[in-house]
Design a protein around this ligand. Structure first.
Ligand SMILES: Cc1ncc(C[n+]2csc(CCOP(=O)(O)OP(=O)(O)O)c2C)c(N)n1
Length: 368
């Protein structure tokens, strides 16, 4: 009997990948949490509570799959403006994300200084999002280079869209990481559009992933609507990075289910049929179908989860909204080095002595 049971369990795709049933339920929770948070942000924007929204509906499955093999405590995430699900898996809360949307003083990314969609949290090793697309790639490579020099074992994951790969920064980062075999995972979430500019105007050749060959490391393409496949390729990339074998470029082919941002209207440049077809590749739908097929999800369990998530997002919204705006007298804070709050950047840095990049800040032992 016991043997029969074991056989049935290992026959599932997720068990063959080393994922437990609980892993799957947790992964689905994050996909659904990110989507609900996303829907809320759009409602808040339409209600006049936020000036702008940019987020990741359709990208959540690949982000959760990519993040799952990460060592959440030690590794680094360098996000972009669609990385809501990735940031939640890494340790940001829905309230943290909403504090940025509302530009509140305690927003962990920038203290309410950046425009919405610039996720980040130094306390959980998420770098603050950069506005110019592509610049996050050299940042990530810098972190990975430091990790290699210091032998910390940290791996850095960085994400971007396919349009951003046209930037010089992107290529320079790959070149450097390839030469020094750095522990970095380059994710490209290819949703076929850079605002209204289609893929073929950004990328000649078969794929973004194929470019990795020119920089001397593997590049893989994975279907972003297949969360388990997204996990599988990410796990291989993490294992490779941890073995000291260097970077991997992963191109996830995803669907952008909505417009580029709240300032865009995709119906003006995408055919109706294409937008409808994209919905069939929604990871929330495809992953739920997988969970149902292995007996992990049904209508009552789905309803209970939806109610739980709605409660969490309601509480996060009220709690973030109640926080004060930044004090106008602090407008120059974080602009000039002398006005840095020493605790702000040091939250997770345990290296004693002066800060290597901000020597004017005291270390955790109080020394400068
Ligand atoms: C250097 C730079 N150029 C232009 C922009 C304006 N911009 C913001 S997002 C974006 C589209 C990027 O498309 P892609 O990288 O494919 O990502 P997606 O939004 O499709 O996920 C552009 C052009 C910018 N932020 N930075």
């Amino acid at each position: 009997m016991a043997m029969h049971k074991t056989k049935a369990v290992t026959a599932t795709r997720h068990a063959a990948l080393g994922l437990s049933d609980q892993d799957l339920l947790d992964m689905y929770y994050y996909i659904a949490l990110a989507r609900t948070l996303d829907d809320r942000m759009w409602v808040l924007q339409r209600a006049g509570k936020a000036m702008f929204v940019i987020s990741g509906p359709g990208h959540e499955g690949c982000q959760v799959g990519a993040m799952w093999p990460m060592d959440k405590k030690n590794d680094w995430l360098v996000p972009f403006y669609r990385s809501v699900a990735a940031c939640l898996v890494k340790g940001m809360t829905p309230k943290d994300i909403l504090l940025g949307l509302f530009a509140r003083a305690v927003d962990p990314s920038s203290g309410g200084r950046q425009m919405p969609g610039h996720y980040g949290h130094p306390g959980v090793k998420i770098l603050s999002t950069s506005s110019p697309v592509g610049t996050q790639y050299p940042h990530a490579v810098g972190i990975a280079y430091a990790a290699k020099l210091r032998k910390t074992g940290e791996v850095t994951m960085v994400a971007i869209g396919e349009g951003g790969t046209s930037q010089g920064d992107w290529h320079e980062a790959l070149n450097w990481a390839g030469i020094y075999k750095l522990p970095v995972i380059f994710v490209v979430e290819n949703n076929f559009y850079a605002i209204s500019v289609p893929l073929h105007k950004q990328v000649a050749g078969e794929s973004v992933a194929a470019r990795a060959a020119g920089y001397g490391f593997p590049g893989v393409v994975a279907d972003g609507s297949d969360v388990l496949e997204c996990y599988r390729v990410a796990k291989e990339a993490y294992d490779r990075a941890r073995r000291g074998e260097g970077p991997t470029l992963i191109e996830y082919r995803v669907e952008r289910l909505g417009s580029h941002s709240s300032d865009d209207q995709q119906e003006r440049y995408r055919p109706k049929e294409e937008i409808e077809a994209a919905r069939r590749r929604d990871p929330l739908v495809t992953f739920r179908a997988y969970l149902e097929s292995v007996g992990l999800m049904d209508e009552p369990r789905g309803q209970a989860l939806t109610a739980r998530i709605k409660r969490e997002i309601d509480e996060a919204t009220d709690s973030a909204d109640a926080e004060p705006l930044p004090d106008p007298s602090t407008a120059e804070r974080h602009v000039y080095a002398t006005q840095h709050d020493p605790t702000y950047y040091r939250a997770d840095d345990q290296i004693p002595g002066p800060h290597p990049m901000h020597p004017w800040l005291p270390g955790p032992d109080g020394r400068r």
